[in-house]
Design a binder for this molecule. Structure first.
Ligand SMILES: [Fe+2]
Ligand SMILES: [Fe+2]
Length: 184
């Protein structure tokens, strides 16, 4: 199914490949709809994590990733447009579960503690890793399907998810984990 790799073929070869692999295309669209639900859900869930966090560097990191997350939503809308589909979200059970777990951590920890911040970092990194897995896999699949424009869009978000994850690691390693270890 690598017709579009022939020299001279158009860069954007969705229609050809969609006919070639309808089942795989269907799976791809479903996964995009799932991710669209997840990103929209995060736009609502991240503000709760920001207000529950204490360390300014953690609050700032989640705040700036919230702004990026809003862009992730609009990028997925561009993907739907390129696919010639309406942007429809399909409930993502995994992301619902991860954010529920995050809310549970907030409920079970004391406000204003570094321990709560550590919990928020752990939960947030699970979110980022889910997104990295999803965008990484879908980037590969878009490439396989010859959806070059879509692969480029997914790669932009993938890079931001990876950066958000490593920023959280830095915050944990440089300060918050030590502070929390000193708490009773
Ligand atoms: Fe995202
Ligand atoms: Fe993210």
């Amino acid at each position: 199914m690598k017709k579009n790799e022939t020299i001279g073929d158009p860069k954007f070869a969705t229609k050809t490949t969609a006919q070639d692999a309808p089942a795989l295309n269907g799976l791809f669209k479903d996964a995009i709809a799932d991710l669209y639900w997840a990103e929209n859900h995060l736009v609502k869930a991240l503000p709760k994590m920001i207000s529950a966090a204490t360390a300014p560097e953690l609050k700032n990191a989640i705040e700036s990733h919230l702004e990026e997350t809003k862009v992730h939503v609009t990028r997925l809308e561009q993907v739907f447009e390129l696919l010639g589909e309406k942007a429809i979200a399909k409930k993502c059970d995994a992301m619902e579960g991860i954010t529920k777990e995050a809310e549970g951590i907030v409920e079970e920890t004391e406000p204003g503690t570094a321990t709560r911040d550590v919990g928020i970092i752990l939960a947030s990194q699970k979110v980022e890793h889910y997104e990295i897995a999803s965008y990484g896999g879908l980037y590969q699949l878009a490439t396989t399907l010859g959806l070059t424009d879509i692969a480029d869009i997914l790669a932009q978000t993938l890079a931001e998810e990876k950066l958000a994850d490593s920023k959280l690691t830095d915050i944990a390693e440089n300060e918050i984990n030590y502070k929390a270890a000193e708490e009773a």
